[in-house]
Design a protein around this ligand. Structure first.
Ligand SMILES: [Zn+2]
Length: 297
């Protein structure tokens, strides 16, 4: 087993609202819990321009790589561009692609990062500069590795950027299960959207997820890229859903089980998570990856 991760994912300058320490802390938690050896952490290379251009316009790709965002663009992104920020987000695009390749080879792929579902083709939003999820499935489809692929997005926030980029693309499907109100104010239509009222807890959430995921997987994707945001946890500062820790683990086990039962390779990305203590967020992310590893064995 290996997991894709780069120490360069930690970029504190310009990312004050987004605790980037959580990535290294998640890697550390996996090693400490004996789920992964440090030698099994694989560092992604930078993606090619073509990989970025699969999901993004030439104009936005140039800005993401070299800077020159307007103040309005940075306000919408909620991050300040810097060379280090650009590097982190570009490496994340390749990290998700590598995790998808691992999934296609061995059934499960892991990325200790990624899930930047609010990034659109021509701009970034909500801490998401580049959309690794959309770029990965578009690249794999263009390379002939898959003809049908899906993004399953269980972050508390709607996957607006992914939905927008992949809308109308033959063979590519998106499922977003999220909180009905709150961010993002304007939603984009996924292949299937399920909006849950604030306060939804384990039993109702898991019942709906099982039904929705089973119906969604009937589209027979050859790969599922999972945005496993842990901001659905009841203690999250930004999310309003109410999954317990046990419910969150059951969610991740359910995704892994339903994919495995159907023989669908699964690539896991982290997505959002905003516990008061980043160590808590990291522990939740580590359990998500642990659930996927358990399914791979
Ligand atoms: Zn989120």
């Amino acid at each position: 087993m290996r997991a894709w991760f780069s120490p360069a994912y930690t970029v504190d300058q310009g990312s004050e609202g987004f605790p980037t320490r959580k990535f290294a802390m998640t890697a550390d938690a996996l090693v400490k819990d004996g789920l992964l050896r440090r030698t099994e952490l694989a560092a992604p290379e930078l993606p090619s321009a073509e990989e970025l251009l699969r999901a993004h316009t030439a104009g936005w790709t140039a800005k993401a790589v070299s800077g020159g965002l307007t103040p309005e663009e940075e306000a919408l992104l909620e991050l300040r561009w810097s060379p280090a920020l650009s590097l982190a987000h570009r490496l994340c695009v390749r990290g998700t692609l590598e995790a998808c390749r691992d999934a296609l080879h061995g059934g499960v792929g892991l990325h200790i990062g990624g899930g930047a579902h609010h990034a659109f083709a021509d701009h970034g939003e909500g801490y998401c500069l580049l959309n690794d999820l959309a770029a990965a499935v578009l690249e794999l489809q263009a390379a002939g590795k898959v003809s049908r692929a899906a993004v399953v997005d269980l972050d508390v926030h709607q996957g607006n950027g992914t939905a927008s980029i992949l809308a109308g693309k033959p063979g590519l499907f998106t499922l977003s299960l999220h909180q009905a109100d709150g961010y993002p104010a304007v939603r984009q239509a996924s292949t299937r959207d399920v909006a849950l009222p604030a306060g939804t807890g384990d039993a109702k959430y898991l019942r709906i997820l099982e039904e929705e995921l089973a119906a969604f997987l009937a589209r027979r994707p050859e790969l599922v890229v999972y945005q496993a945001g842990v901001d659905v946890w009841e203690g999250d500062l930004l999310g309003g859903l109410a999954l317990s820790e046990a419910g969150l683990l059951e969610r991740d086990r359910m995704v892994a089980r339903l994919c495995r039962e159907r023989g669908v390779p699964l690539a896991v990305t982290l997505g959002g998570g905003y516990a008061e203590d980043p160590a808590k967020t990291a522990a939740l992310h580590a359990r998500t990856l642990g659930a996927a590893m358990e399914a791979a064995r």
